[in-house]
Design a protein around this ligand. Structure first.
Ligand SMILES: Cc1ncc(COP(=O)(O)O)c(C=O)c1O
Length: 307
């Protein structure tokens, strides 16, 4: 089912791609980085990712994460990672030499402050990768499965990645992640190259299948888009909110400078609203898809009270 959703999103016939199941988003990225290294071969092993990105807490996923302060306690980082300025086409282009095997990007930097990649940036990244024989790997761990109002975040830019990483919503609470790759790329992994005791375990994959079926039946992308429009419009009526950014139900409310987002988030929590201070002045909102209009009104009333 994951392959069907991704193959359709990538304009391929179902059964075209291949999926490796794992237990988390970080594991999906580890597997993707290994796949990219084997695909590139010796000397063409560098993975380029963006500053401000988040790809997980295992060592290679951490090295790909573009937040030097997170590397610092665990230095030295593994070799073969390079970071560029997010949403800056020239910065990406200048990093792509003959040692690069893959570009790894989020379509919205979630942990980095809910910062969407521009359509032009993602399309330029796709073209640069295609022209140079470099893989475009998209980390959809946070944005995947309708969170942004499309099945996958990359669909907003109408691009087709070579490799996609998934987790979080996939099992709706059951730990599962996945690495999807087009057939040609996936075929570089030979038996024994990668695996895990619990990869593709029956319980987790059954949970993922049930979750995906439910999301398909409810037309999750459409539901998310409707609720996003309502939530965004209502957030904009709050005096202390100067901007709302993001897509679907992955939003950030940018607050007036006098507010400290972390303090505001803990005051909101006391009143029963769970959000997080994702930057010093922005709150991230990532509500569940079964959010009701009444709950939106309640959340907005709590935010008005605190701000
Ligand atoms: C974009 C992205 N990639 C990877 C990860 C890591 O996923 P996990 O916590 O399942 O290892 C996260 C987690 O927040 C994420 O947001």
């Amino acid at each position: 089912m994951v392959d069907k959703l991704l193959s359709e999103a990538c304009g391929e016939a179902a059964g075209y791609g291949q999926v490796f199941f794992c237990n988390s988003g970080a594991e999906a990225n580890e597997a993707g980085i290994k796949l990219a290294r084997k695909f590139g071969g010796r000397g063409k092993h560098v993975v380029v990712s963006a500053l401000g990105s988040f790809h997980g807490r295992t060592l290679a996923a951490l090295a790909a994460t573009g937040q030097p302060e997170k590397h610092e306690p665990f230095a030295p980082m593994p070799e073969g990672f390079r970071h560029v300025v997010f949403n800056d086409i020239a910065s990406l282009e200048s990093a792509l030499d003959e040692t690069v095997t893959a570009v790894l990007l989020e379509t919205i930097q979630g942990e980095g402050g809910v910062v969407p990649a521009s359509v032009e940036y993602l399309q330029a990244a796709r073209k640069m990768c295609t022209d140079r024989g470099i893989l475009l790997m998209i980390d959809e761990v946070q944005t995947g499965f309708a969170r942004t109002g499309e099945w996958f975040g990359f669909e907003h830019a109408n691009i087709k990645p070579d490799v996609v990483m998934l987790a979080k919503a996939m099992g709706n609470g059951m730990p599962i992640g996945a690495l999807w790759a087009s057939q040609q790329v996936a075929s570089v992994f030979k038996p024994g190259d990668h695996g895990s005791t619990y990869s593709g375990t029956a319980l987790a994959t059954a949970a993922a299948r049930a979750t995906m079926q439910l999301m398909i039946d409810m037309n999750a992308p459409e539901v998310v888009q409707q609720k996003s429009d309502e939530l965004t419009a209502k957030l904009r009526t709050i005096g202390g909110v100067v901007d709302v950014r993001g897509r679907g139900l992955l939003l950030a409310a940018e607050l007036k400078r006098e507010f400290d987002a972390k303090k505001v988030a803990s005051q909101l929590l006391e009143l029963g609203l769970v959000v997080n201070g994702v930057t010093s002045h922005a709150l991230r909102l990532a509500p569940p898809f079964n959010l009701s209009s009444e709950e939106i009104d309640e959340a907005v009333a709590i935010m008005k009270q605190v701000l």
